[in-house]
Write a protein that binds this ligand. Structure first.
Ligand SMILES: *Cc1c(COP(=O)(O)O)cnc(C)c1O
Length: 220
């Protein structure tokens, strides 16, 4: 099946209120264009250099999300054009994004990434770390970032109950943050969770945005 057919099939399984991010890391621009021509506009990449190269080659109305760990020294490469940074995993990184956004006179949409998996390698805040940041005076100085939601990755495991519980954890984190820090911020409304192997569970647990790579592009 080609990527257009994959997209059509996947879209029948996703409710209208859930956004699809096509995760195009390592995939050729031809495949991305093919999805673009089918109407897909949201794409996710996890490396800043690859992301920048693809941005330069592809139509300007395509919206790029950074979804991978971002080093502070790479922030300035993507701030001129990035649509949303989903993988904000430290206060230091958020401050750097704000600084570079200010230079380009932009306000950059961000999600806070939370660590919900039982795996060593995954990045993200824990709840206390995030609330300390949100309650700090320094945070109130950040005028060029806008926090619009949370992102998380479940453990890569066959134990679907564990996966479901991790998604529940992220949804609860979102609800607590919404109530305690963002009740007056309607833009704080997204829960980005769910990948190829677990997106249906994620939707069931309240995901508003799924990030699909291999299911959409295949494994070539
Ligand atoms: C690669 C990646 C995805 C997509 O993974 P698939 O299993 O290929 O759907 C989603 N989110 C993040 C953060 C990723 O790095």
């Amino acid at each position: 099946m080609d990527v257009k057919q994959n997209l059509e099939k996947i879209l029948t399984t996703i409710p209208a209120n859930v956004k699809l991010i096509a995760v195009s890391k390592t995939k050729p621009v031809e495949d991305i264009l093919s999805l673009y021509n089918s109407g897909q506009r949201l794409f996710g990449e996890n490396r800043s250099l690859e992301l920048t190269e693809k941005f330069q080659k592809l139509p300007a109305d395509l919206k790029w999300h950074m979804i991978g760990h971002l080093q502070t020294n790479k922030v300035k490469i993507i701030t001129p054009f990035i649509s949303l940074i989903q993988s904000v995993d430290s206060f230091k990184l958020l401050k750097e994004i704000n600084k570079e956004a200010e230079k380009t006179k932009r306000t950059i949409s961000c999600f806070l990434q939370f660590y919900i998996a039982k795996e060593e390698s995954k990045f993200g805040f824990d709840y206390n770390e995030a609330t300390q940041m949100l309650e700090s005076v320094e945070f109130t100085f950040l005028k060029n970032i806008k926090i619009e939601g949370v992102m998380g990755m479940a453990t890569y495991t066959d134990n679907l109950l564990q996966v479901r519980n991790e998604f529940k954890t992220l949804r609860n984190i979102f609800n607590d943050l919404k109530r305690n820090y963002f009740s007056a911020k309607p833009e704080f409304c997204e829960i980005s969770m769910g990948m190829s192997s677990d997106y249906l569970i994620a939707i069931d647990e309240g995901s508003t945005m799924v990030r699909l790579g291999s299911l959409l592009f295949g494994n070539h």
